[in-house]
Design a protein around this ligand. Structure first.
Ligand SMILES: [Fe+2]
Length: 263
């Protein structure tokens, strides 16, 4: 069975820029990769890195080149889908040689690794924050679910409502269509996503849904209509996914911390 790192919402900007005028996301990604590289031995064997979108904040070729160079330091296969901040063609160009990356069209793919089938689905609708699954993506999913082992479905926009109004307003537009396709699956399916810059666990039908913390920032869980539309600088992190029987989904914080202290 397979073990993956999930990295999401890197929001890398072009050289010299700051995301939302505040965050140096290039430095944040470099620091996150530094911490991950230092922890790879402790984490044990990994089969791939799943990138669940918003790799870039501005869609610039320079942002993708920087992200790719940093991610390559992990020395693991990279499997990437776009988020709402991404630009499909520059992203495709930077990740053209990664497993499953199609040469044109939507960035949907199926990659089998260590007995686990990973299905990446493209929810990007360029020019808007919310996401949508097209009929062709849902058809690919329906075919790919015929698999005897564990299945991980990766998409940027989670089929969940966090209660954060400004994020729910730009969520996945057609969750019922996804639920219908997944409802026919016999496979053991886990749906993973990003976009909400925090850890949320829920269900779509009988299947588990988990979102990973973002590399660059976090959104406060503030369910009030008056919640400030904005982000916090942390907690940040990524996730570790183990598809073996009894395997767990773990959030891996990447904020600086001291220790371990003996007890
Ligand atoms: Fe997003």
């Amino acid at each position: 069975m397979a073990r993956f790192l999930q990295l999401t919402d890197l929001h890398v900007v072009t050289r010299g820029a700051l995301a939302s005028g505040v965050l140096d996301t290039r430095a944040l990604l470099r620091a996150a990769i530094d911490r991950l590289v230092a922890r790879l031995d402790a984490l044990g064997p990994l089969d791939a890195v799943l990138l669940t979108g918003d790799i870039s904040d501005d869609g610039s070729p320079d942002s993708y080149a920087f992200a790719r160079a940093e991610l390559d330091r992990l020395q693991l296969p990279l499997l990437a889908i776009p988020g709402n901040h991404d630009a499909r063609e520059p992203m495709r160009a930077a990740f053209a040689d990664t497993p499953g990356m199609p040469g044109s069209g939507l960035v949907d793919w199926t990659v089998d690794l260590a007995g686990t089938r990973v299905i990446g689905l493209d929810t990007l609708v360029e020019g808007q924050g919310g996401g949508r699954l097209r009929a062709e993506s849902l058809a690919l999913l329906a075919d790919a679910l015929d698999w005897p082992g564990p299945v991980v479905v990766a998409l940027h926009h989670p089929p969940l409502h966090t209660g954060i109004k400004f994020m729910d307003a730009i969520g996945l537009e057609n969750t019922p269509a996804l639920e219908t396709v997944l409802g026919s699956a016999q496979a053991d399916v886990t749906v993973i996503a990003g976009h909400v810059h925090g850890v949320y666990h829920g269900r779509i039908g009988q299947h588990a849904v988990a979102t990973a913390p973002a590399i660059c920032s976090a959104f406060a869980l503030d369910r009030r209509d008056s919640a400030t539309v904005g982000f916090l600088t942390g907690p940040t992190g990524c996730a570790v996914i183990d598809t073996a029987p009894g395997g767990v989904w773990s959030a891996l914080p990447l904020d600086p911390a001291e220790g371990p202290y003996p007890f």
